[in-house]
Design a protein around this ligand. Structure first.
Ligand code: HEC
Ligand code: CU
Length: 330
């Protein structure tokens, strides 16, 4: 009796459940066949970059991107739509389906370090509403530097750069509580405030810098710094250099530089230069990253980075001057 029941279940499975699932699969296939298929080729920028680099679709249209890369491994991301493919291997086709419901311009970018010019690998998906064919520009809240009225292009030499590289490890031992809004004030300004505090008179300049380094690291948090380090290696090191000195391979012959007034010419910023970096607030640095260098070759990241990623990469950039004891540091 038990065996018969078992046999019956098997028979039911073979004759009903299996065909039913096949049928469901077929139905699903025809359904996805409604999607418009768009082939997108990923080549490193000096092999042509994204092709096409502008994709126009209709709002509400189902799209199936078939992404292939003839040369090396690339990644793909449309940050504003939350769509990504981490790995596009040569010889494979990566398929992504999505519907862009709202009209607008959605930048996409490569997310893999594919070459020194990797940061150049950007494109845009234009989602058109047929009733209103000019895609609206995305709106962003005005960045903090604008609201605070900071001129991010003005030179910012530090009046009080330390003789020794400030060390968070030494600073932690001092047990000094530093309460300040590190985002808005530069390290130089915070240092000046500490130096002017009669209660801290017994501390040397070097000690106050150490305490400040510790406060900055703690405010950022080690997790954020570690994530910032990854972003930096992927997107910024090409120009600013692995060690932050501004000597990356892609920064040498930036197209914008040649055309610039020689007196204004500057290459990628040297993040190890305490005499410049300590007088820049996080908000100022964020301003540059959000807006880009207006002709200097510094790209804008506003359309690709979340606010959080922006703060993470800034937190990591700080470690080139403030010694956070990160072991990878040279
Ligand atoms: C294509 C080369 C290039 C890439 C890639 C690049 N930068 Fe830059 N960056 C520059 C140049 C050139 C400048 C100098 C322009 C200026 O100061 O206006 C600069 C300046 C800056 C500044 C201003 C520093 C200051 O003291 O004012 C910051 C901050 C910065 N970059 C951050 C980044 C971050 C973060 C990334 C990666 C997400 C990045 N950069 C990627 C070329 C690059
Ligand atoms: Cu790339």
């Amino acid at each position: 009796m038990k065996n018969e029941l078992f046999a019956l279940i098997i028979v039911l499975l073979i004759f009903i459940a299996f065909p039913a699932s096949l049928f469901a699969y077929q139905a699903w296939r025809t359904n996805t066949a409604d999607a418009r298929v768009i082939a997108l080729t990923a080549n490193a920028p000096n092999n042509g970059g994204w092709s096409p680099d502008t994709i126009r679709v209709r709002a509400g249209e189902r799209i199936r991107l078939r992404i292939s890369s003839p040369d090396v491994i690339h990644g793909f991301e449309i940050p504003a739509l939350g769509i990504r493919a981490d790995e596009i291997l040569p010889g494979h086709v990566e398929e992504i389906e999505f519907t862009a419901a709202r009209a607008g311009r959605y930048p996409f970018a490569c997310t893999r370090w594919c070459s020194a010019d990797h940061w150049r690998m950007r494109g845009v998906i234009e989602v058109i509403d047929p009733a209103n064919p000019n895609p609206p520009l995305p709106t962003f809240a005005s960045p903090l530097y604008q609201r605070l009225g900071i001129d991010i292009d003005a030179p910012h030499p530090a009046p009080n750069a330390p003789a020794l590289r400030p060390s968070a490890t030494r600073g932690a031992l001092l047990n000094l509580a530093i309460a300040d809004d590190a985002r808005v004030n530069s390290p130089s300004a915070v240092f000046a405030k500490l130096r002017g505090d009669p209660a801290l008179k017994s501390y040397s300049d070097a000690q106050l810098w150490d305490a400040l380094a510790f406060a900055w690291q703690r405010a950022a948090g080690n997790d954020a710094i570690a994530r910032g380090q990854k972003l930096f290696a992927r997107d910024c090191a090409a120009c600013h250099g692995e060690s932050g000195k501004g000597n990356g391979p892609a920064g040498r012959n930036l197209p914008g530089l040649a055309a610039m007034d020689p007196s204004l010419k500057r290459g990628p910023a040297d993040f190890t230069d305490a005499s410049q970096m300590l007088s820049a607030s996080d908000v100022l640095l964020q301003g540059k990253i959000v807006r880009g260098g207006m002709g200097t070759g510094m790209p804008e990241w506003r359309t690709l980075y979340t606010d959080q990623e922006m703060w993470e990469v800034i937190s990591y950039i700080r470690s080139f001057v403030l010694d956070y004891g990160l072991n990878e540091q040279k």
